[in-house]
Ligand binder design. Sequence first.
Ligand code: AP5
Ligand code: MG
Length: 197
Amino acid sequence: MNVVMLGRPGAGKGTQSKSIASQRGLRHLSTGELLRTAKQQDTPLGRRIAQRIDAGDFVTDELAMSLVEQAMQSPSQLGYVFDGIPRTLGQDSLLSDSLAKLGNKIDLAILLDVGEETVRNRLLNRAAIEGRHDDTVETIGHRLAVYETETSPLVDCYRQQGVLRSIDGSGTPEDVLCLVLAALDEMTPGEAALNAI
Ligand code: AP5
Ligand code: MG
């Protein structure tokens, strides 16, 4: 099963992806994490990535997808949780094509629905703990604007395909996880019965 996590910056995509990957045996692929690793390299590409993500701007669709394809070279038997990709309609085509070559598809898109004020507060709290360069008041505002223009059209796209589940992501991480797991189990009722044993 291949799951796409959607939601504003700070909606909890990373937090929930890690939990569902470990509970359902899926592989978690985070483009943010792949890019933060790549930016540490002292190369022209590493510096270009640093410039883009520290400013809250996207890297190109092709670069994001190439990192994901590299990570998918050792295949996951049960599927993937895609965290941070697709972020544009172009990336949706690239990812869908890539999965189709393996005889797979996006089975479920989970939208973690969390209001702007809540995500701003979460990211500012995280800034104090993790010191991510893009967790500043100004860059958070820019990332939220980019999300609205570039990423939010994917919500309608997945709704039309019948694979979207919108979940209230404003509760505690544990509450949200229950809702996310229920959405996954709706897609795979047989496996849900096995997990309950
Ligand atoms: P990425 O790392 O994906 O950042 P993001 O989308 O801005 O999302 P975050 O990681 O900030 O938030 P999240 O939704 O994962 O929430 P989290 O669980 O961490 O991407 C970074 C950058 O890389 C992008 O801006 C872009 O430049 C580039 N990039 C990445 N992918 C790209 C792509 N495909 N194409 C082009 N460019 C790309 O939670 C946030 C905080 O809240 C944490 O502190 C967490 O502990 C806390 N929290 C989580 N859930 C809850 C809860 N329920 N209640 C209270 N606190 C919570
Ligand atoms: Mg994240």
